[in-house]
Design a binder for this molecule. Sequence first.
Ligand code: UGA
Length: 433
Amino acid sequence: MKIAVVGTGYVGLVTGTCFAETGNHVTCIDIDEKKVEKLKNKVIPIYEPGLDVLFDRNIKQGRLDFTTNLKEGIKGAKIIFLALPTPPGEDGSADLSYILKVADDLGPILEDYTVIVDKSTVPVGTADKVTAAIAANAKVEFSVVSNPEFLREGVAVEDFMKPDRVVIGTSSKKAQKIMEELYAPLVRQGNPVITMDEKSAELTKYAANSFLATKITFMNEIANMCELVGADVDMVRKGVGTDSRIGKRFLFAGIGYGGSCFPKDVQALAKSAKEVNYDFEILNAVMSKNETQKTKLIDRIKDHFGDIKGKTFSVWGLAFKPYTDDIREAPALVNIKALLDAGAKVKTYDPEAMENVKGQLGDSIEFCEDEYAAAEGADALLIMTEWPVFRTPEFDKIKTLLKENVIFDGRNLYNTETMAELGFTYYSIGRAA
Ligand code: UGA
């Protein structure tokens, strides 16, 4: 099948590459000429494990190409994916201008029946708006489908190729059939393709992300309770997670969720609710609790050291989670800012995200070549991202590098008893110090 993907961001690139891998011919379209030039030269602008192999293979085999020209790019395409940004506007609602602009442009250039797919996370009612924008100038029949993505950064290729489920929002039988045919190779093991109306599909995406953000926040609240009553959040997590109604995943307490999705989507759903005069109270609580959770360790640090002016802190991890260089809404940055504001110095190491942070913080902090260099001469160690490389470090070496054997762990990487035996003062989340 010939497919076009408009927008070569993270979602568009993964979608395009993976559909090329299942034998389709995919043209990715972007208005950013520099980006398209890079892609044509086989340079992937994002860090996503496993994407490079598929990307190279499909370009080589002629199934994946790139253009800045919308008309050329969609020629012969049976399906056009819209994978465009929907950044939060001033008031928290999703800005649809990129999507609606492309919808306007598509109307007059469609040559045959085409399925246009909203892949971006968009508020309820967007499929109707896209339909109206295309219909204003379209000369041929078309269907607009909502097909939200559930990809996690860092494991996006795996999530794409083996989805838990595929959600297709359409009221057109013709579009449904084409979409089912496209996704058939990915659901051979029997994972469901769930077809529903457009609005339900749009809401499903927000509901999924907001539910997961709420689940994490709930466990963060339990962790805070654990600290006050002397319980251990890891034990509580195991105790509740084994109830199949609750499930084991996304129950890890920490220093709050970040990234480009949860914060934006929780905010957008709360805003959408407001627009229909519904106060989605629980989401307001989730947002404010997540903010305070992010700097939880700063309070501990100040309790431990008193004044931290002039002290040096080693920060391990900058990305909002492992296996990505993404620092959007990353708790690490909020903590670094709080440390700098209090007059402290920061030395840091992250396997992938340092370049991105350099762009924001310049030389206000020191970037080191590995985790040990970052620990050298620091008053304490802070763990902000659970990169596997931080899980089993050489603790004896760390003891020789730090001025004081104290670790503030925002991701609960280590066993509290082991840390005590090793002679560390160890603060973590929801467990006895
Ligand atoms: C999330 C969803 O998991 C995807 O299904 C969705 O497609 C994507 O958003 C999106 O809307 O595009 P992502 O933001 O890549 O994916 O990252 P997650 O792995 O979901 O992690 C989000 C945040 O929650 C991270 O900051 C992570 O550290 C935090 N988290 C996750 C916890 O604090 N505890 C947990 O138990 C799990």
